[in-house]
Design a protein around this ligand. Structure first.
Ligand code: FAD
Length: 327
């Protein structure tokens, strides 16, 4: 018997609840549960009795005001619970976000599925020269082919070592120690809207590693369904907005004539990079400042519902990848 709930729910979120969205070659993100919507952000902000509803335009205005002025605690009243599977090197970046609750699959208790992340050729790139934490142009097809051969060899060896030890009844907590960072792990992850948007600001950003962005983009698509007004405000003021330093603001003020009601460009005012340095911007800051002024490209963060899978299918795939599995 299904009970009618008195809790605030959203149709767009109910549509994807419990559905598994593939990420990379063997990973996934599923929204297992959520508590609250945009309405709850407003109710918390107004410390309301919850009687009656307000116009969407009023809720939108309030949510945007709260975000602009960093009044963040009302958005902590909305919670999300996810089930995610990701390669261990991504889990290591993800787990740095401390304001969340995690329960990870136990390699001491359970057998590890032997699933390893294999980057596609289109993401197999050379070390970036400008950003020590990034990649640049694609590697050649021959190098990619040789890398795939090596990955296959190393993973087959690591998987064989693990399976052999399990077969010899060695404790799982010891048998697992040489599984590579490309091995998939999984967890339940619960986080509130405020901290989730902070996570997305850092991990859906182009500076984040592409592989974690794949997960962040799916999660962003889920937030868009649960709390669309908060999502829109985050996009406008955080992801696609920019904060300015004092030096950056002084450059903009010099370039513009602004009064109470209008802004116009000051004719024939320009800044050479020497002038920008004089104002106090370093070479790196100048580059970043110019980057801020470029119009950002906008993702639509729409989930592709045609890729959504059933929990049973995903579970059976994971189960089949465990050593000693027989049909
Ligand atoms: C592009 C990129 C590159 C990175 N490179 C590295 C790297 O090379 N090495 C590395 O170690 N990490 C690296 N990180 C991780 C980064 O330093 C943060 O640890 C991570 O992004 C989590 O951010 P956070 O602490 O703001 O988030 P959370 O842990 O979710 O915290 C949210 C907020 O809560 C507050 N907070 C939480 N805990 C504390 C606390 N103990 N004390 C004070 N305030 C707290 C802070 O305001 C914080 O912003 C990188 C992250 C990114 C996005």
């Amino acid at each position: 018997m299904s009970l009618e709930t008195k809790r605030p729910t959203v149709e767009a979120a109910e549509e994807i609840l419990g559905g598994y969205f593939p990420a990379l070659d063997h990973g996934f993100v599923a929204l297992v549960d959520y508590m609250g919507t945009d309405e709850d952000v407003e109710r918390a902000a107004r410390v309301s009795y919850g009687a009656g509803t307000r116009k969407v335009s009023l809720t939108r205005g309030l949510i945007r005001y709260l975000r602009r002025h960093r009044h963040t605690t009302p958005s902590e009243m909305v919670e999300f619970k996810f089930h995610c599977a990701m390669p261990m090197f991504i889990a290591r970046q993800w787990v740095r976000h401390r304001s969340a609750s995690i329960n990870e699959y136990s390699g001491r208790y359970s057998l590890m599925p032997l699933l390893f992340y294999m980057p596609d050729e289109e993401h197999f790139a050379l070390q970036s020269q400008s950003n020590k934490q990034g990649r640049e142009q694609l590697a050649s097809a021959e190098i990619y082919k040789s890398a795939v051969e090596r990955w296959e060899r190393i993973r087959a060896d690591a998987g064989e070592g693990y399976s052999w030890m399990i077969g010899e009844d060695i404790a799982r907590e010891i048998a697992r120690i040489d599984l590579p960072l490309s091995t998939y792990t999984q967890w339940y992850w619960k986080i509130d809207l405020h901290n989730l948007l902070h996570f997305l600001s850092l991990r859906a950003d182009p500076h984040a590693q592409w592989e974690i962005r794949v997960f962040a983009n799916i999660i962003a698509g889920m937030v868009k369904r649960v709390a669309p007004l908060s999502f829109e405000a985050w996009l406008d003021y955080d992801l696609l907005g920019q904060s300015m330093s004092r030096a950056e603001l002084s450059v903009l003020t010099e370039l513009l004539d602004a009064d109470e009601s209008s802004i116009s460009a000051r004719p024939s005012t320009s800044f050479s990079s020497d002038k920008l340095k004089e104002i106090g911007l370093s070479g790196r800051e100048i580059e970043e400042f110019l980057g801020k002024l470029r119009r950002p490209s906008v993702e639509d963060f729409e989930l592709d519902l045609s890729t959504m899978r059933k929990a049973e299918d995903v579970q059976s795939e994971m189960h089949k990848a465990v050593p000693g599995h027989f049909e």
